[in-house]
Design a binder for this molecule. Structure first.
Ligand code: ZN
Length: 69
């Protein structure tokens, strides 16, 4: 399961500032490569883990947990 951020952003009304912020957040802090966002189910089934990985550095740049309930 993966999130297509491009599609998500097309379909809602983010301001230019918010788009710029997200663009920065989705780039590797080390090499500025576009990060690959991966979402995996957690063991407890109510948490989704979002992992941002730089395919160039092969370093996980960000891991975020999202509670579904
Ligand atoms: Zn990188």
């Amino acid at each position: 399961m993966s999130i297509d951020y491009g599609t998500v952003f097309e379909n809602n009304s983010l301001s230019g500032k918010q788009r710029a912020f997200i663009e920065v957040q989705n780039r590797c802090p080390l090499c500025n490569h576009q990060l690959e966002i991966k979402v995996v189910s957690h063991v407890d089934a109510v948490t989704l883990r979002e992992e941002a990985l730089c395919p160039s550095c092969e370093v996980p740049a960000r891991v975020r947990d999202h509670k579904l309930q």
